[in-house]
Design a binder for this molecule. Sequence first.
Ligand SMILES: *Cc1c(COP(=O)(O)O)cnc(C)c1O
Length: 365
Amino acid sequence: MIPMLDLRVQYEALRPRLETAMMEAMAATQFILGPNVQAFEDEAAAHLGAGQAVSCASGTDALHLALAALDVGPGDEVITTPFTFIATAEAIRYVGATPVFVDIDAETFNMDPAAVEAAITPRTRALLPVHLFGQPADMARLTELAHNRDLLIVEDCAQSFGAGAAGGMTGTIGNAGCFSFFPSKNLGCFGDGGLVTTNDDALAERLRVLRNHGQTRRYHHEFIGYNSRLDELQAVVLRHKLPYIDQYNRERRRVADRYDARLADLSVTPPHRDNKGTHVFHQYTILSDHRDAISAALRAAEIGNAIYYPVPLHLQPAFRSAVSEHDLSRTEHVAGRCLSLPMYPELDDERIDTVCDVIRGTLDA
Ligand SMILES: *Cc1c(COP(=O)(O)O)cnc(C)c1O
């Protein structure tokens, strides 16, 4: 049995110190916006090279709060990718704006800047790129487009903690970067958690107020906000994992390198690295015309595998009314052929080879 993801090894390694720290945090009884939350925000900002980091309850909320704090709302169009987890575009809907889906680059699976440029209208307010599977989107070109047209950029960094792009780490290039600490992400906690990074102090202040009921001082509310805070106990977990994130990401790249080497002579397309930034391999995703046969063979061999994402957002009933007139054929082509293989920092060579042998056997059959 080879799982898609194994969280136990990391937990066991951190366990003694982590359990002590969690007990201490419990005994301190400062459960909401306590000292560990504050410390984690400072440490995360320093690690990422961001001016400020404001934590919240989830990655979905990070996107929602960032768009709300930037005053994106009804009448505004936000250009994004349909090849992502639904939360990316849900957040656009939460603030009453309109998601405009544009096609992806067939190799990187990230939003294609040429398609973005073609989709800009007078109503466009923001670009919402996703650094999909851990590979930074083409931020140099997106930033140029945004500057020329006075557009905002909100980065969806849910899969890219620690990935570098031209101009800095993902999350520090646009107006705001939105991170998720869902347990399966590269940096995950023991439940839900999220973070918004920004270099804009006024925006950070607005985010801090928004995540806490619009409260500027105790029981004084400037505007309607939300209850969206990171738990103190989750902050303890994240403070213990943050010092290892670069190592975890390096190990993910090691796993990817070995998959690349072992799959090189097979008729599958390994993930393309555009080398414009550092890929942190949240997922290792191949393309194959025989995707379903490979998936079935892996499942029969008790090897985890998953399709991220089988149905692009523009084909989801939930986005029925957002249907874009833009050509999304590359997205649909990729969605029909993509398959993600087991990926986690502790995945050893022997297991990687077993996965590749099963794929080889399927294609030879
Ligand atoms: C996981 C994820 C989110 C949402 O994060 P949650 O913490 O689960 O709310 C948003 N966007 C992408 C691309 C994701 O992978």
